[in-house]
Design a protein around this ligand. Structure first.
Ligand SMILES: Cc1cc2nc3c(=O)[nH]c(=O)nc-3n(C[C@H](O)[C@H](O)[C@H](O)COP(=O)(O)OP(=O)(O)OC[C@H]3O[C@@H](n4cnc5c(N)ncnc54)[C@H](O)[C@@H]3O)c2cc1C
Length: 497
């Protein structure tokens, strides 16, 4: 008897009933959905723990958004990685813990952060043992991603207020040995080879369409579309959802994270929210759905950090030495749609990614009054802001936003310039951070925080380490996807039922 007619009524939002599965087309201990960083690591660990693993990937190859990424991973603590120690940073686990807790925002998950901080160095060793290479090198200058094959960079707001006051700063962004931006493809190629060697059965062009429920609170399988046909797959121990986030599903973004609609450049691949919806279909709770990463790459060079951002009212609103993603979150939240970055002759340099970022000079003038008039701001608004900033910067202070002394320089040398950083004009890229609520070991939780039997999630399908746009730091998403993907794989392989 064919399955198709009975499975057809199931969907991402409505699970199939196991009683409607006439026969299983596939069987495995653990089924993984999605072959990005989280799925690869989940599959690897489940297979190595002795489970028969089946991985379904909607597209024709491995990689997902992970392969588009810089492949940068946020690690440290335990005295530091080789690269950190060589660069002179003795990074304590407690500092990594405190920093990550702060970056998680009001809803940080202390248990998850604790586990990651304690095992971060081990995880880095694990990645290297898979064959991912990292050079022992450090770039002190501010950058988004190295354009060389260098490794260690400052990739968050570690040195900026209020983070630096609560956790001793250290650079923790580790980029793979890959010349140019985009080391994520290299990272995924290495992980893909390991998955193949681990004898994971991979089915490409197979889209997960619905979960199969064995009882009220038990997931026992999956409905997948392969070759235009609906097929059923039995998971003896568990299904792990690693299908990415939802930034490409504009309806979901509209409903859950409308602020991100201001960014016209969602970045990702599939990221259609299917993993999250599958989890929700059996009662999984989705949390922090309004949160996302959004940014304009306005530096390097670092000298631009010595400028100041002003909004439509001519007011400053943040310490500009924060990570570009944090600054951009504040930009998104300003009232009015105009934002400028003000520089003088000593601090101005062309943004390295100017063309990508679409940052242009709005106006230049010999006095700040002239710039203010050109920008059609009320008399005194910009001039007062600059005068206040300059007066305190000259004394090495920033009483309003606490920008660190090394970035403080009065903007007094003409010509003066205003760079146009409007959200609707420039390249503000975005992806989502909300997702299924899970235990650090990957079990998907319902609204009462009770695990749903046989269901796990990791990567951007889950709400993981990075869960607050204002705190996001580069490398935390791949760190989260790889590390917590592994935890879910190990845990699912141990399920007995
Ligand atoms: C340009 C760019 C640069 C970035 N740089 C970094 C960086 O350097 N460091 C960092 O930490 N983060 C970075 N990020 C963010 C990071 O890449 C992602 O958040 C992360 O890779 C997500 O991993 P994942 O495994 O959860 O999802 P993905 O890698 O997207 O994997 C999900 C997989 O699931 C598949 N899938 C989706 N739906 C289904 C379905 N229904 N059935 C079957 N398969 C399905 C997809 O095709 C995909 O292969 C960057 C993002 C971008 C876009």
């Amino acid at each position: 008897m064919t399955n198709a007619p009975r499975l057809a009524s199931a969907s991402l939002d409505h699970p199939a009933d196991q009683r409607d599965v006439a026969r299983w087309d596939y069987e495995a201990d653990v089924i993984v959905v999605g072959f990005g960083a989280a799925g690869a690591c989940a599959a690897l660990e489940a297979a190595r723990a002795g489970a028969r693993v089946l991985l379904f990937e909607a597209t024709s190859g491995s990689g997902g958004t992970s392969a588009l990424s810089g492949g940068e991973i946020y690690v440290g603590g335990g005295g530091g990685t080789l690269m950190q120690r060589t660069a002179g940073f003795n990074d304590a686990t407690e500092d990594l813990y405190r920093y990550l807790l702060l970056t998680g925002g009001p809803d940080a998950d202390a248990a998850r952060v604790r586990l990651y901080a304690d095992l971060s160095l081990q995880h880095f060793e694990w990645l290297m043992a898979q064959g991912v290479e990292f050079r022992n090198s450090y770039i002190a200058e501010r950058c988004i991603e190295p354009v060389t094959d260098d490794c260690l960079i400052w990739s968050g707001s570690e040195e900026a207020w209020p983070f630096a006051q609560q956790a001793r700063p250290a650079p923790r962004g580790h980029c793979p040995k890959f010349a140019g931006m985009g080391g994520g493809r290299y990272l995924m190629d290495v992980l893909t080879q390991r998955v193949q060697q681990a004898r994971v059965q991979v089915q490409f062009d197979a889209r997960a369409c619905a979960l199969v429920r064995g009882g009220e609170r038990e997931v026992t399988g999956l409905v997948v579309r392969v070759d235009g046909e609906l097929r059923s797959a039995r998971a003896r121990r568990g299904v792990i959802l690693c299908a990415g986030g939802f930034v490409m599903n504009r309806d979901m973004v509209r409903r859950h994270a409308p602020l991100l609609l201001r960014s016209r450049f969602p970045i990702g691949t599939v990221d259609d929210g299917s993993g999250i919806r599958l989890g929700q279909s059996v009662g999984g709770a989705a949390i922090n759905m309004a949160e996302g990463f959004a940014t304009i790459p306005w530096y390097p060079p670092g000298s631009l950090v010595k400028g100041i951002f002003i909004n439509s009212q001519g007011q400053r609103f943040i310490n500009e030495d924060c990570y570009h993603g944090r600054v951009s979150q504040y930009i998104l939240r300003q009232s009015g749609d105009r934002v400028w970055l003000l520089q003088d002759q000593d601090t101005y340099a062309e943004p390295q990614l100017r063309e990508l970022a679409r940052i242009e000079i709005a106006t230049a003038g010999e006095t700040w009054e002239e710039v203010e008039r050109d920008l059609q701001l009320p008399a005194g608004a910009l001039v007062g802001t600059v005068e206040f900033y300059n007066r305190h910067a000259a004394g090495g202070g920033d009483p309003l936003f606490h920008k660190a002394a090394k970035w403080l320089k009065p903007l007094v040398r003409p010509p003066f310039v205003a760079l146009d950083c409007r959200v609707d004009h420039c390249f503000y890229a975005s992806f989502t951070l909300g997702g299924l609520d899970t235990l650090p070991t990957g079990e998907v939780l319902d609204a009462a925080r009770q695990p749903i039997g046989g269901l796990f999630a990791a990567g951007r399908t889950a709400c993981g380490l990075p869960r607050w746009g204002e705190g996001y730091s580069s490398g935390t998403s791949i760190a989260d996807a790889t590390f917590f993907g592994r935890q879910a794989g190990m845990r699912a392989a141990r399920v007995s039922r």
